[in-house]
Structure formats: C-alpha cells, structure tokens
Design a binder for this molecule. Structure first.
Ligand code: ZN
Length: 156
C-alpha cells in the first residue's frame, strides 16, 4: 500500500495490529490483571480465535481488540476511503472470525470478555484502573460474556 493512503495515526495503529501481539492496550491489561493477582496464559492456539489472555482457573478468556482491525462501532473506527472493497473484505472477515470464535468458545463453556482498545485510548490513569477493576470483577464473577469499551469505561 502506498504510504499516502492512510494518515499517520491510522498507519501506526495498523503497524501495531500487524505485529499482532504485545500491543499497548494488551500490555496494560496484562500488567493490570497480574498486579491484581490474576495468573494467565497467553495466545493459546488450541482455543478458537487464539485468545490474548487465558485464565484456566476461571474458565475465562480475554480478547484485547484494536478498534480499527476489528471494526468497532466507536469513534476510533472509520472505513478507510481508499480501496473500500479491500477493507470491507479484510475487516469484515475479522469481525466474522471474532463472532465465530466467541460462539465456539461459549459452546465449549468458556467465559469470554472483550476489552476494546478505546477503553484506554485518550483515557486517564484513573479510568484505566477503573476498567481493570471491571475486568477483575468480571473474572471473579459468573457472567458468560461481556465487553469493556471506551464509552462505558468509568461509568461504574
Ligand atoms: Zn473502540
């Protein structure tokens, strides 16, 4: 792709996503939950969707999703103007894969939490901690499926 097709912010987000692991929001989640006493495995290929964090003791997994690549309905996602068909195919396939992974994991009795990148982007350290508290509370609870996102982070 020519370098002028996307703006710098989008490009840096894409590069982080291409690297695929150890992205900043994922590190925030790992560190925050580790600090709260949770122990987990990373990127288990044996599980549908290769979840980012796996908590066998809690029969729970966490996905940390970038808003661009996973087509989040939030202010951080906009369809790129150039090559619309390419992006619809690419991101559409990611959305479909996420949905299928969630269904497969739930069918196998895993609890599934999705934490979106927008939970942390542009938020204060207090909001980061509030979101990590929410994630910890979810892990200790019994909810089968939930998500944490920027516009409900800090709401309580
Ligand atoms: Zn988002």
């Amino acid at each position: 792709m020519p370098p002028d097709v996307v703006d710098a912010a989008t490009r840096s987000r894409m590069m982080a996503a291409i690297k695929g692991r150890d992205t900043k929001p994922e590190m925030t989640v790992r560190r925050g939950l580790h600090r709260r006493g949770f122990r987990f495995r990373l990127h288990d290929r044996a599980l549908a969707g290769r979840p980012d964090l796996i908590f066998p003791r809690y029969r729970a997994v966490i996905f940390v999703h970038g808003c661009f690549w996973h087509g989040h309905d939030c202010p951080f996602f906009r369809w790129p103007k150039s090559r619309p068909e390419f992006w619809r195919g690419k991101i559409g396939a990611n959305i479909e894969r996420d949905r299928a992974a969630g269904t497969a994991l739930r069918a196998a009795d895993w609890r599934v939490l999705t934490i979106w990148e927008c939970t942390f982007r542009g938020k204060t350290p207090e909001q980061h901690e509030a979101a990590l508290d929410d994630a910890a509370a979810w892990l200790s609870g019994s909810s089968g499926e939930a998500e944490i996102r920027g516009d409900n982070n800090g709401a309580g």
